[in-house]
Ligand binder design. Structure first.
Ligand code: IPD
Length: 287
């Protein structure tokens, strides 16, 4: 809908404006706070940028809803209704931001009727603006994107993330997944430190497949549509349809590669983003 094109252009302009706050803070010392684990970090800049984005969008679109990483950390529930909803990660790659490792992104997705209409990922240190609107292709700084189209997993460069979980089962699953992939063999395994940018690399053809377990909807909602609009496929790590709330994703250059990775990679249990955080990880109200 033309209406959503206007929303996307507005999203791009607010992401660019807010990026200045991140860039200004990038080289300075930061006060770091912990969230779910010693590797799940947040800074005052994450919180500030989310507020800037949400208040600018709210002013223009007062009826729209929001799912924002830091608002959820502060207690908001993740609810994706049929209403137009902006799904925001103010700084994807907070650990990179804290260490000045130069890959950090503002990630903004927009969904209506629970379907993503567009995605924006601004990798701001690199000044790379990725965006895609449903049915209209994916672009990097205005240039159309195409995945590699690779169908042979043995020829693949794989991207993944270590993530923030530090319990034994998560660490064992993650490291054994990498070992199984290296033994396939694949050409290599990389991690950039931001799920949003990792997935955009699949859209550019610079890597062939990405998988991740444990990230959240705000990390990957925008980049999922960017991969799809660049001709790639996005599925769950169990081989089923992509579900942005499941905290499991494979983004690939082709369906054969996605399915092969789904056969190799195992998941550890993660609570879905859209369930009550007081519920057990298995989904029951008590166990
Ligand atoms: C994190 C990054 C990281 C991924 C984590 C995410 P954040 O997002 O995307 O690459 O491994 O699972 O939580 O916290 O920097 O917005």
């Amino acid at each position: 809908m033309a209406e959503w094109t206007e929303c996307m252009n507005f999203g791009i302009s607010v992401a660019k404006q807010a990026s200045q706050v991140v860039l200004d803070a990038f080289k300075k010392d930061k006060e770091v706070m912990l969230k779910s684990s010693p590797a799940d970090l947040v800074t005052e800049t994450d919180q500030r940028v989310e507020k800037i984005l949400i208040s600018a969008i709210k002013e223009k679109y007062p009826t729209h809803k929001f799912i924002g990483e830091e608002s959820v950390a502060a207690g908001d529930r993740v609810e994706l209704t049929k209403a137009p909803t902006w799904i925001i990660d103010p700084i994807d790659g907070t650990v990179n931001f804290v260490h000045r490792f130069p890959f950090v992104a503002i990630s903004i997705a927009f969904a209506v009727n629970q379907q993503t209409e567009f995605g924006i990922v601004y990798s701001l240190v690199e000044d790379k603006m990725y965006c895609a609107q449903k049915g209209k292709g994916a672009f990097l700084n205005g240039v159309p994107l195409l995945t590699s189209g690779q169908e042979d997993v043995n020829q693949c460069l794989v991207v993944t993330e270590i993530g923030a979980e530090r319990d034994d089962l998560a660490l064992y699953t993650m490291t054994s997944n990498i070992m199984r992939l290296l033994k396939l063999p694949v050409h290599g395994v990389r991690a950039v430190g931001t799920a949003a940018v990792d997935m955009c690399l699949i859209a550019t053809g610079g890597a062939d497949v990405y998988y991740h377990i444990g990230m959240h909807c705000w990390d990957i909602a925008a980049s999922a549509i960017i991969v799809q609009e660049a001709g790639g496929v996005v599925i769950d790590t169990d081989g089923s349809e992509f579900d942005m709330m499941s905290r499991k994703v494979i983004a690939a250059s082709s369906l054969p590669v996605a399915k092969r990775i789904a056969e190799v990679v195992q998941a550890f249990p993660c609570r879905r983003d859209d369930v009550d955080p007081s519920m057990c990880i298995c989904g029951a109200s008590s166990c």
